[in-house]
Write a protein that binds this ligand. Structure first.
Ligand code: AMP
Ligand code: GLY
Length: 425
């Protein structure tokens, strides 16, 4: 079979690697893909946003199934366009992707169907938002309704910070249309984790949990990024918490979307906080997380293509997971998530046994790789313990220690190792 993966980041490289492992797959195409994917896929220079060209390519090349990585094309209705053309595609329709595209919509669904989440109100009027903030006090969280490239959330420690965020979003329209409405919600305290599932209508097949590290620097300091590293499974969940999150959050949400007449097909991602009253939702995404995908897919024992075909066919894919841990650490360009240089040559990347390398922002110049983005690579490893996986990843990453052009966090997963008494070797 021929598979088309739409996207160009680390998440999509990981998907390409997994599809390429399938004995059923004769060809993987990536559009537009990245330099690292060229080993496993044929990269096709069509942008994620050019739906018509992608549909035409899939038809002309005899693509059997298409997988959409990023949120923007999903929200722009790429799945609807593929379906209209009679093509098999795995992802939510534009209407179902609104779970990610509008925070207010997601909150309304959660309220209506009693899905655990932070208490909230939505506003288009700045004065009303400020009155609510003053009544509730700080800490409090202000969120732009629409997509804001991961920058639309302000966790305000004081009332004046929250008021400032309201002005920025509603009055100054910092995120354009995406911030013409805001959600103001209760601050939740606890460990964060991500839980993703393959979904088709009421059918929900959950994956193992993962934990992302969003802050740029060690000790969870510095600005938010797209994610500096992750590990799976998230180790320190209390007994029964996973089952609770699957039943009361993922299955309840899938069922809600069916009842709302917007059945969800694709990857449903719940960003959760494990509070003292149990897990609560901080966000939904309508796609695989990045970098969670890079550490979850290596633990999946099934053939990913078969899983998708089964889920589309309403058959149980019988997911099985390695009883191991997977860790992935991102190498970023110095300056990221602010401004950074591109085109910096990467050190020689020797493949060590068992270690995997996922490309996110690289380009090939002559026969060598150079950086081409903020997040450049992810080094990952699956092992019997999280600490063993991390030891090997960190060892391999020392090739970057002499370079001032790149950085990575040396503490990915450390707090979890400490809290579960698993000592790093
Ligand atoms: P998001 O863009 O929705 O993933 O939010 C970015 C980050 O803001 C999350 O990873 C959390 O760390 C934090 N956050 C969002 N909502 C809340 C909340 N209600 N309480 C505490 N932290 C939150
Ligand atoms: N890792 C968070 C996200 O993909 O949105």
């Amino acid at each position: 079979m021929k598979v088309l993966v739409i996207g160009r980041g680390g998440r999509e490289h990981s998907l390409v690697q997994k599809f390429a492992e399938s004995p059923q797959v004769a060809e993987v195409y990536a559009a537009p893909g990245n330099a690292g994917m060229e080993e496993e896929a044929e990269c096709v220079p069509i942008s994620e946003t050019s739906h018509g060209e992608l549909v035409a390519f899939a038809q002309e090349s005899g693509v059997d199934v298409t997988f959409v990585g990023p949120e923007n094309p999903l929200l722009d209705g790429i799945v609807d366009d593929f379906k209209e053309a009679g093509l098999l595609v795995f992802g939510p329709t534009k209407e179902a992707a609104l779970l990610e595209g509008s925070k207010h919509y997601a909150k309304q669904i959660m309220k209506k169907y009693s899905i655990p989440t932070a208490e909230y109100e939505a506003f288009t009027n700045a004065e009303e938002a400020k009155t609510y903030i003053e009544k509730k006090g700080a800490p409090i969280v202000v969120k732009a309704d629409g997509l804001a490239a991961g920058k639309g959330v302000v966790v305000a420690e004081t009332v004046s910070q929250a008021v400032e965020a309201v002005d920025e979003m509603l009055l100054n329209r910092r995120f354009g249309e995406a911030s013409k409405e805001i959600v103001v919600e209760e601050f939740l305290e606890g460990e964060e984790y991500s839980l993703m599932a393959f979904v088709n209508g009421e059918d929900v097949y959950p994956m193992v949990t993962a934990r992302d590290h969003k802050r740029a620097y060690e000790g969870d300091e510095g600005p938010n990024t797209g994610g500096m590293g992750a590990f799976a499974p998230a180790q320190d969940l209390p007994e029964g918490e996973y089952e609770f999150a699957v039943e009361s959050i993922l299955k309840q949400t899938a069922s809600a979307m069916v009842q709302e007449g917007r059945p969800f097909t694709g990857i449903l991602y719940a960003g959760l906080i494990q509070t003292s009253q149990g897990s609560k939702v901080i966000e939904f995404n309508a796609r695989f997380g990045d970098p969670e995908t890079q550490v979850v897919l290596p633990l999946l024992e099934n053939d990913l293509l078969q899983v998708i075909l089964d889920v589309l066919d309403h058959k149980n894919p019988e997911l099985t997971w390695k009883k191991q841990s997977c860790a992935g650490v991102v190498v970023a360009s110095a300056g990221y998530p602010g401004s950074y240089q591109k085109g910096v040559p990467l050190p020689q990347l020797d493949k060590q046994p068992g270690l995997f390398i996922v490309h996110a922002g690289t380009k090939k110049v002559k026969e060598s790789y150079v950086s081409d983005g903020g997040r450049v690579l992810l080094f990952g490893k699956t092992a019997d313990s999280l600490s063993a996986a991390l030891t090997e990843v960190n060892e391999a990453l020392t090739v970057f220690d002499r370079s001032e052009d790149f950085f990575y966090r040396k503490d990915i997963g450390q707090s979890s190792i400490i809290s579960s008494n698993e000592n790093i070797e």
